[in-house]
Ligand binder design. Structure first.
Ligand code: FAD
Length: 294
């Protein structure tokens, strides 16, 4: 199913993210985790890709398994940093042949020493979106950053580029993780004021261990509210307690989002079916997935 149909409805949706293996040795265990997440019957699942297209084949294989083996809609992430038109077209053909109808079109993080002025076919996600729109039937999503992309001078400039993505054919955007819902509410207001009308899917990261927090601090620069820091301070050294507290924190964020009219929730539960299950089960009345009706 194309996600533009699902996301333009006012019915709430719950989706989960998984990542592909880096090498074939771990393919079976990663595929198993992804299919266990699919068994939870989310509205859709997204499959990330490694920077510079390093995992494209595995991303495509995992997405195809989710669709064919479990009947769950999947979206593949595609990055364009370092990509050439010919290889991108071959990749888009493979995506569609695998039965995938949706892609999240991203620039990707710049590899160390990357020269943006060297000859690359795509510089920004909006150029990738323009290309995909013109050369495929895929439904296209993009990324957005409630706290601004780390390379942007300010949120306003960043939002101008989200508008550019929409004009290029982007049909929805998924947010970077955030831990303070007020940041998202203010961001949504600014997006809508700028004329960005496409659906926004709120990305929620359940932080279930202290190592994850270190990575988040390094990569996203997300604001961490006092309530969140107190939780990590109190439970960070106790893996079972941190896991439980992290799932509850994420679930409370989701309940607040739904109460305030945000309808599409994407959980960065990564390859942790148990975490995805706990969140799904805690929300089974207020955000039912197909499984709740079975
Ligand atoms: P862009 O939209 O190109 O933006 C990058 C920067 O350039 C921003 O600062 C923006 O303001 C600026 N910009 C945009 N357009 C222009 C323009 N026309 N002129 C000048 N400046 C411009 N990375 C992966 O490697 N694999 C993944 O699977 C993956 N999944 C992700 C999923 C989500 C939901 C999110 C939020 C991020 C994901 N990322 C992933 C990370 C993402 O690739 C990086 O954050 C990357 O640095 C930016 O990608 P983008 O698509 O937002 O780029």
């Amino acid at each position: 199913m194309k996600l533009n149909r699902l996301l333009s409805s006012s019915e709430p949706t719950l989706s989960f993210e998984v990542f592909p293996p880096k090498t074939s040795d771990t393919y079976a265990s990663v595929a198993d985790a992804a299919l266990r997440v699919a068994d939870l019957r989310p509205h859709f699942m997204s499959v990330t890709c490694g920077a510079g297209g390093t995992t494209d084949r595995f991303t495509n294989d995992i997405a195809s398994h989710i669709i064919r083996d479990k009947g769950v809609t999947a979206i593949e992430h595609i990055t364009c940093v370092s990509a050439r038109r010919e290889s991108l077209q071959a990749h888009l053909d493979a995506v569609q042949e695998a039965g995938v109808e949706n892609v999240l079109a991203l620039r990707g993080d710049l590899p160390e020493g990357y020269d943006p002025d060297a000859h690359h076919d795509f510089r920004h996600a909006s150029e990738l979106i323009t290309y995909i729109r013109a050369n495929s039937e895929l439904c296209i999503g993009g990324a957005c950053y409630p706290e601004g992309h780390p390379e942007s001078p300010d949120v306003k400039t960043d939002i101008d580029y989200i508008y550019e993505k929409q004009q290029a054919g982007c049909e929805f955007v998924t947010t970077q993780m955030f831990f303070d819902n007020n940041i998202l509410y203010k961001y949504l207001y600014k997006l809508r004021s700028r004329g960005v009308t496409i659906p926004v899917v709120a990305g929620i990261m359940p932080v279930t261990n202290a190592a994850q927090l270190k990575r988040i601090r390094k990569l996203s620069g997300s604001h961490l509210p006092m309530k969140f820091l107190s939780m990590v301070d109190r439970f960070g050294n106790d893996p079972a307690a941190m896991r439980q507290a992290g799932v509850i924190y994420a679930t409370e964020q989701i309940v607040d989002l739904l109460a305030n009219g945000v309808t599409h929730i994407h959980v960065y539960s990564m390859n942790k079916p148990d975490v995805a299950r706990q969140i799904r089960d805690s929300l089974n009345v207020i955000l039912p997935t197909e499984a709740a009706a079975l």
